[in-house]
Every structure is written in structure tokens, then in C-alpha cells.
Ligand binder design. Structure first.
Ligand code: HEC
Ligand code: HEC
Ligand code: HEC
Ligand code: HEC
Length: 404
């Protein structure tokens, strides 16, 4: 009798655990690595449908007339969009209103003093100017990550003032000094900011501060099987895993999207996506330090976190659960205005032949200023590249049968 009760108890616990996993079968499996390496993606087709529904590009205005006087010559206080015609400038203003202003204030005065459009007193105006610079910076200097796909304000904002996925320094659960001793930034499923991206694991709950604001070393593995002087601690390894869980969750992928799990550290056995991710880490860190943190005094208190810091960017801010924002569709292509400073307009009468150069060609091709010159930058040595690699996951979207 006792054993029976125990058995039922054990079974219901097991069932409870399974229910906790939350994803019922069937799951689509797509092999992306060499046969036998176990490099595959597990995709829940039902969740994917939901993701598709929420990851749609939106609010694209019809193209504007690039000729005519420049906005900076007509208005008083144009500092960033000084290369745009009045038509293009107005198109950007209309789009920004659509993409960023809150639902109940979809108008120009969300950022502007309606009496005087050159007035800088609203914090939204100051933030928006900085965001314009940031967006152009991403599209010009971070092609190592965003490629030709690029970003617009909508990539993060999706129609509202505060992007859905941002992070603040996490104050913990408030029980750090409780009887059981310090939690040391981990061992807590629920923190002061609610349930974090590490879900219900005991991993450190704030992988962002050390890696996406600071530049702590992410690499923890020793290069040899036996200990030969690798001084990295278990704690450091846990921070790394915590970041990796965030990255996987943000992109909606498994670890094997980037790694061959027999050798996590080895770049030659990793996919090309891992190199893109490497640049993404540097980009997110750069954006937080260059743009968000300097705006700390500009934001009102109600926009800041419990420790007084500004909302900051992580992988989820742009990716929103998908391996490429909007499943790879480029919204920025429709916005040459946000690509970077355009070349000065050419007089159409003087040069009839080659005036219609695509906007992309005018972006500085050489020496991206913001690409960090770090010694351990991975070479794109991935052998997976020759195989087409995990871009095959796109086949899942095209409806190609992916089952093994
Ligand atoms: C998300 C914030 C935001 C919204 C919404 C917005 N603007 Fe702007 N606007 C700015 C910023 C920032 C600048 C400065 C741009 C620069 O320095 O290149 C600006 C500049 C301007 C200027 C130039 C004023 C001058 O004399 O310097 C005009 C005109 C303007 N906006 C019109 C509009 C109109 C019309 C709308 C509504 C359709 C609008 N804006 C919506 C942020 C915004
Ligand atoms: C890489 C992601 C990202 C992109 C791209 C981006 N933003 Fe933001 N934006 C943020 C974050 C993060 C915040 C901070 C959220 C907050 O307000 O607390 C923010 C805040 C703002 C705010 C303040 C809103 C408020 O009410 O507090 C404005 C205005 C804004 N952004 C405008 C823009 C405009 C205009 C663009 C495009 C030119 C843009 N953003 C592009 C991430 C982004
Ligand atoms: C989107 C790509 C991507 C995904 C998904 C990913 N990683 Fe990583 N991983 C990286 C990159 C890039 C680095 C190196 C970061 C750096 O050096 O800045 C790394 C580093 C690591 C390291 C450290 C290796 C060393 O040199 O010591 C481990 C361990 C690791 N990842 C484990 C995981 C695990 C476990 C998962 C799944 C939960 C995962 N990764 C998912 C891209 C990824
Ligand atoms: C500013 C927005 C933005 C942020 C922040 C961002 N990404 Fe991306 N990421 C993109 C865009 C846009 C692409 C698509 C580039 C392309 O078309 O190849 C992309 C592509 C990728 C890819 C290539 C996927 C594939 O299938 O080829 C990986 C991997 C990736 N991002 C990882 C990350 C990680 C990890 C982080 C956080 C450390 C991150 N990204 C942060 C915008 C962003």
C-alpha cells in the first residue's frame, strides 16, 4: 500500500514536471549540422505560428520625394537628419509617430512642443534625437551583425514608447540577507523584476550587467581535458550559461544553432551564426554604453528601474523570440532615410546617367568605426559555412518538411 502511494506520488510529480515544460508534442526537428553530430533545431510549430503573428513589419509610409530643399535649410534645429529633403524628413516624422508614440497620443506633440517645433524641452524629443543617431549607427557601423537587413525604430518599439523587452539592473528578490544567507545573485526563480529570462533555473538572474554593459570574459572552458591552470570558477561558468540561455530564448533557438555541443568553445566546429552572435554581444554592449546610459538624467524617474538605471537593450529587444527580427524581412530597406548620412544630392541636369545610385551604396563601405578591435575576435573559420549551415532553419518557414 505504502509503495503504491509512493508510486502515485512519484508519478504525479513526474506529470507535474512534464506539464511544467509547457510544450506538448509534436515538435518539428530540423537537422542542421553534420549527420551524427546531434546538431538540430527543435521547433514547436504552434509557437512558431504565434511568433509569426506578432513579428510583422508595420507602418511603412509611401516613399518620399528626395528632391527639393533640405530640411535643415528650412527648419531651425535639425541636427541629425541634416541630409534629408523636406519630404523625406516629414516621412521620418510621420513614421516615428506611428512607431513610437503611445496608442492614446499618436501625434507629433508626443515629442514636440506644439507651439514651437524647434524647442527641445520634452525628454521624448531629446531621447528621439539620440535614437535617430543610434539607428543610423547600427545600420552603418554594425553590418557585421545586422547585415543589409538593418533596423528601424519599429524593430525595437513595435508601436509603443517602451520596447516590450528591455532590462534594468535587478535588485534581487529582496531576501538577499535572509536567514539562509546570501543568494549571491542566483538561486531565485522570482526576483525584484519578476520572473527573469533564466526562467526557473538557479542560474544567475542578471547576465546582462556583466556582459551587455560590462565586458567580463564570457569564455570559461579550459583548452585541455585535464586542469592546466584554467582559473575560471563555477560561478563564472554559470554567468556564461545564464547569458547563453538568454540568447537562445531571445532567438527561439537551441544551443546547437550556434554550437556543436561536443566542443562549445571551438569556433571551427561552431556555425557561422555564432560569429554573428559574437558581434551582436559587442553591439548590444556598445549601444547600452554609448546611447542608453548617457540618457540616464534625461529620462523621468517613472521610466527608470528600481535602482535608478535606464531601460537597456538585450538580444530580445530586437529579436523578440525569432532568429532574425521579423524572420529576416527587412523593414529598413524601405527607409533609406535611416540608413546613414546620404551623399549630397546630385544635380539631375548635370549628371543624367548615374544619379539613381541605391542608398546602400552611399554608406561608408570601409572601416566600420564601432567594430571593436578585440584581439580574440573570432575568425569566420566555421566549417559549417560550406554546408549552408543553419540557414536551413529558414526552410522550416518555407514549409519544407523538416522531420528527421
Ligand atoms: C518620437 C519623437 C518625435 C515625433 C513623434 C515627431 N518628431 Fe519631429 N522631431 C523629432 C526630433 C528628434 C527632431 C530633430 C531631428 C534632428 O535633429 O535631425 C524633430 C524635428 C522636427 C522638425 C524640425 C523643427 C525645427 O525647426 O527644427 C519638424 C518640422 C518636425 N519635427 C515635425 C514633426 C511632425 C509634423 C510630426 C508629427 C507628424 C513630428 N515631428 C513627430 C522628434 C519627433
Ligand atoms: C535597438 C533598440 C531601439 C531602437 C532601434 C530604437 N529605440 Fe527608442 N528606445 C529603446 C529603449 C531601450 C528605450 C528606453 C525605454 C524607456 O523609455 O524607458 C527607448 C526609448 C525611446 C523613447 C522614449 C520613450 C518614452 O516615453 O520613454 C523615444 C521617444 C524613442 N525611444 C524613440 C526612438 C526613435 C524615434 C527611434 C528610431 C529613430 C528609436 N527609438 C529606435 C530602444 C530602441
Ligand atoms: C546565437 C548563438 C549562440 C547560442 C544559441 C548559444 N551560444 Fe554559447 N556562445 C556563443 C558565442 C558567440 C560565444 C562566445 C562569446 C564571446 O566570446 O564573447 C559562446 C560561448 C559559450 C560558452 C563558452 C565557451 C568558452 O570558450 O569557454 C559556452 C560554455 C556556451 N557558449 C554554451 C552555450 C549553451 C549551453 C547554449 C544553450 C543554452 C548556448 N551556448 C547557446 C553563441 C551562442
Ligand atoms: C539592434 C537590433 C539587434 C540586436 C540588439 C541584436 N540583434 Fe541579432 N540580428 C539583428 C538583425 C537585424 C539580424 C538579421 C541580419 C541578417 O539579415 O542576416 C540579426 C541576426 C542575428 C543572427 C543571425 C541569425 C541567422 O540565422 O543567420 C544571430 C545569431 C543573432 N542575430 C544573435 C543575436 C544575439 C545573440 C544578440 C544579443 C547579444 C543579438 N542578436 C542582438 C538585430 C539585432
Amino acid at each position: 500500500m505504502k509503495t503504491q502511494i509512493r508510486l502515485i506520488g512519484a508519478l504525479s510529480i513526474a506529470l507535474g514536471l512534464l506539464v511544467g515544460c509547457g510544450e506538448r508534442p509534436p515538435i518539428d526537428v530540423q537537422q542542421i549540422g553534420y549527420r551524427g553530430t546531434g546538431m538540430e533545431q527543435n521547433v514547436n510549430p504552434r509557437l512558431r505560428e504565434q511568433l509569426k503573428a506578432v513579428n510583422q513589419v508595420g507602418g511603412i509610409q509611401p516613399p518620399a520625394d528626395a528632391s527639393g530643399p533640405l530640411a535643415k535649410d528650412i527648419y531651425q534645429n535639425v541636427q541629425v537628419l541634416s541630409d534629408l529633403s523636406v519630404g523625406e524628413f516629414t516621412r521620418v516624422m510621420l513614421s516615428m509617430t506611428e512607431w513610437v508614440a503611445p496608442e492614446d497620443q499618436k501625434n507629433c506633440t508626443y515629442c514636440h512642443n506644439g507651439e514651437n517645433y524647434a524647442d527641445e524641452s520634452k525628454y521624448q524629443y531629446k531621447v528621439a534625437r539620440s535614437m535617430l543617431k543610434m539607428t543610423r549607427d547600427i545600420n552603418t557601423n554594425w553590418k557585421s551583425h545586422v547585415k543589409q537587413t538593418g533596423v528601424t525604430c519599429h524593430t525595437c518599439h513595435r508601436g509603443g514608447p517602451v520596447p516590450q523587452y528591455v532590462w534594468y539592473a535587478d535588485p534581487g528578490s529582496g531576501r538577499e540577507n535572509a536567514f539562509v544567507g546570501t543568494r549571491a545573485g542566483q538561486n531565485s526563480a522570482v526576483t525584484g523584476l519578476g520572473i527573469t529570462t533564466i526562467g526557473h533555473s538557479s542560474l544567475p538572474y542578471d547576465p546582462y550587467s556583466p556582459f551587455l554593459l560590462g565586458d567580463l570574459n564570457i569564455r570559461v572552458e579550459g583548452p585541455t581535458a585535464l586542469p592546466t591552470g584554467n582559473r575560471r570558477s563555477i560561478k563564472q561558468a554559470e554567468w556564461t550559461y545564464s547569458l547563453m540561455v538568454h540568447m537562445s530564448n531571445s532567438l527561439g533557438v537551441n544551443c546547437t544553432y550556434c554550437h556543436n555541443t561536443r566542443a562549445w568553445a571551438d569556433w571551427a566546429q561552431s556555425t557561422p551564426q555564432r560569429t554573428v552572435a559574437w558581434h551582436g554581444i559587442r553591439m548590444a554592449r556598445g549601444l547600452n554604453n554609448q546611447y542608453l546610459v548617457p540618457l540616464t538624467d534625461v529620462f523621468p524617474t517613472n521610466r527608470k528601474g528600481p535602482l535608478g538605471d535606464v531601460a537597456k537593450i538585450n538580444c530580445q529587444t530586437c529579436h523578440q523570440g525569432v532568429y532574425k527580427p521579423y524572420f529576416g524581412e527587412s523593414m529598413a530597406k524601405a527607409y533609406p532615410e535611416l540608413q546613414g548620412v546620404k551623399a549630397a544630392p546630385v544635380d539631375p541636369n548635370a549628371a543624367p546617367a548615374e544619379t539613381a545610385a541605391p542608398a546602400e551604396a552611399t554608406a561608408p563601405a570601409a572601416a566600420p568605426a564601432a567594430t571593436p578591435a578585440v584581439a580574440d575576435k573570432p575568425k569566420d573559420s566555421s566549417k559549417m559555412a560550406q554546408r549552408g549551415g543553419p540557414t536551413a532553419i529558414a526552410a522550416l518557414d518555407a514549409g519544407t518538411p523538416g522531420r528527421l
